[in-house]
Ligand binder design. Structure first.
Ligand code: ADP
Length: 204
């Protein structure tokens, strides 16, 4: 019995999207939030990198897109996410990091959640200016071992793809009153506190 999250006196399962452009700090913050709120952290980027490292058919296909700074096609991404979620039990909520990245992905996630009478509770979008993002990713590239973090042209392509294809997902959940902007500039702890403040609101 664990599909429920005890938050104050209320019990429910949290479905939370951490949103924002590449390099905005989603991965770092998601790991901290997952620990504090006992959420299962799903990063589609990490899932793809693990598939790639294991040289699976899916991983090799995904690599073709990732190395160019493009999105992996929805069909592959949605299939992988469904597969991951359906194999999980004993979790008290989810934090989605890097998913959904297109409107069809958002719709697929909504349908999947609906099957168990659930819905996204909150989307928090980390706001960081483009030049700061490029600086952060190039810096991360020195140690991340990610080829897509080492080439400024690929980084700028990823930001463009975010603006063209991903940023509209914010509106999808804003229409439902679920989306909020968060200032993504500051120390890791400062940004973490801003995110926690918003998450605490939905627990009240
Ligand atoms: P970042 O947020 O720094 O771009 P990620 O680890 O989230 O890093 O993603 C790395 C790459 O993996 C993306 O550029 C894209 O090619 C692929 N990817 C990750 N998540 C998705 C998704 N939801 N849909 C399509 N492609 C994805």
């Amino acid at each position: 019995m664990s599909l429920l999250y005890l938050c104050g006196s209320k019990i429910f399962m949290i479905q939370f999207i951490l949103f924002g452009p590449p390099g905005s700090g989603k991965g770092t913050q998601a790991a901290k939030l997952a620990e504090k709120y006992d959420l299962y952290h799903i990063s589609t980027g990490d899932l793809f990198r693990s598939e790639t490292a294991n040289k699976t058919t899916l991983g090799l296909k995904a690599l073709e897109y990732m190395s160019q700074g493009q999105l992996v096609p929805d069909e592959i991404t949605i299939g992988m996410l469904k597969n991951k979620i359906s194999n999980l039990s004993e979790v008290s909520g989810f934090i989605y990091d890097g998913f959904p990245r297109t409107n069809p992905q958002a719709e697929a996630l909504d349908c999947l959640l609906q099957e168990s009478n659930q819905a996204i509770d909150l989307l928090l979008s980390l706001e960081v200016p483009e030049d700061e993002i490029v600086k952060r990713i190039l810096n991360r590239g020195k140690t991340s071992g990610r080829p897509d973090d080492n080439d400024e042209a690929i980084i700028r392509k990823r930001i463009q793809v975010y603006l063209d294809e991903t940023s509209i997902v914010f509106e999808h959940y804003a229409k439902l009153g679920k989306s909020r902007h968060i200032n993504g500039i500051g120390t890791i702890e400062e940004i973490f506190e801003r995110l926690c403040f918003e998450l605490d609101q939905i627990c009240k």
